[in-house]
Design a protein around this ligand. Structure first.
Ligand SMILES: [Zn+2]
Length: 344
């Protein structure tokens, strides 16, 4: 790579990269008996990739539900706070101003998010508690059905036809009142439309892919992409569901998803939600991988986009594909920062 391209990549990354979906708290919890996991296992990759803001997603795996959902969620948040306190390189942020402050002092900002409201049970009061703990973005469901609604399935059709439950609608309204971003990732098509009908603020889809290239209801259709665009929302592109085929799971195809969304709703509507998952997948025994394949899918990891250090590869590929510097900066951080400024 010639020097001028290297300089251009360095300049593009210097302002930071925002990744709106990372299953970090779950991994910190599984490694709760180790010390300094953030500094030893994650910081080097964050630094290489100039990662500036990470959506740290609370997610409760099936085997903890239903009884332990609340406790595991609190434990995940506790580990994130403990690990953050043990380092001077990170900050848990609850507002746009706090994100700005973290950046000014060279810290990586965590925004705590929730993927599936299982931790709330069916108790709306607990939403306030999680808000106080710092949760600032909530997606109602993962692929499962829960007290709020139904997740989109990993097939072209067959998701439950119902929208949200009464509880789900209450959660959405309360999120808008409190100032919690509503994340439409994973929700089934009926729930997607219902959320848009009862909210007014820009919606986000933290991590998803275009159904045009991977036609499952867990992903987002052209119509849905346009609905997000009309409301000035942002869609984060996921790295592990770019294609149903291994050989098509490439960095170029990841950029195809970005291009497709930008073509439909403009460059202001697309961001990053890497959803890096290979490091967790590799820790699993064969039996759990098989269970995932049976329940959902086998993820196809993009070889040169499997961890945060690879944000550099993405910046380089966006340059190769002819994106302007201004557009690359919007994709890497600017669009998400606009959402944070507006909503947090
Ligand atoms: Zn997800």
């Amino acid at each position: 790579m010639n020097e001028s391209i290297q300089n251009r990549i360095a300049q593009l990354l210097a302002g930071g990269v925002v990744d709106m979906h990372f299953d970090l708290p779950m991994d910190l919890y599984e490694k709760r008996h180790r010390k300094d996991v953030l500094e030893t296992e994650f910081l080097p990759q964050f630094e290489t990739g100039n990662i500036s803001v990470v959506g740290a997603a609370i997610y409760i795996e099936d085997h903890y539900l239903p009884e332990a959902g609340l406790r595991i969620a609190l434990d995940q948040i506790a580990r994130l706070y403990a690990e953050t306190a043990a380092s001077n390189r990170f900050a848990i942020c609850k507002s746009f101003r706090e994100i700005q402050l973290a950046r000014e002092t060279g810290k990586i900002a965590f925004l705590i998010t929730m993927e599936g409201v299982e931790p709330l049970g069916n108790d709306l009061n607990q939403l306030r508690v999680y808000y106080e703990l710092g949760v600032r973005s909530i997606g109602l469901t993962h692929a499962r059905t829960n007290a709020a609604g139904h997740g989109g399935i990993f097939a072209a059709d067959g998701s439950p036809p119902e929208g949200l439950t009464a509880f789900g609608r209450e959660v959405v309204r309360q999120c808008e009142t409190l100032g919690v971003i509503i994340d439409l990732a994973h929700i089934n098509p009926a729930g997607f439309e219902e959320i848009l009908s009862i909210t007014t603020k820009p919606p986000i889809v933290s991590h998803t892919n275009a159904r045009r290239y991977y036609d499952i209801e867990r992903n987002i259709s052209d119509e849905q992409i346009k609905m997000i665009g009309e409301r000035r929302g942002v869609i984060g592109v996921n790295s592990i569901l770019v294609s149903p085929r291994t050989e098509e799971s490439t960095l170029d195809h990841y950029v195809d998803h970005i291009e497709h969304i930008a073509k439909l709703i403009g460059i202001d509507g697309v961001g990053i939600g890497f959803d890096f998952f290979e490091f967790i997948y590799l820790q699993w025994p064969e039996s759990r991988r098989k269970e995932l394949a049976k329940k959902l899918t086998t993820p196809h990891f993009i070889p040169d986009l499997t961890n945060h250090s690879h944000a550099r590869n993405l910046a380089e590929r966006l340059i190769d594909r002819g994106f302007s510097d201004a557009d690359i900066e919007k994709i890497l951080r600017g669009n998400w920062l606009r959402i944070f400024e507006e909503l947090l």
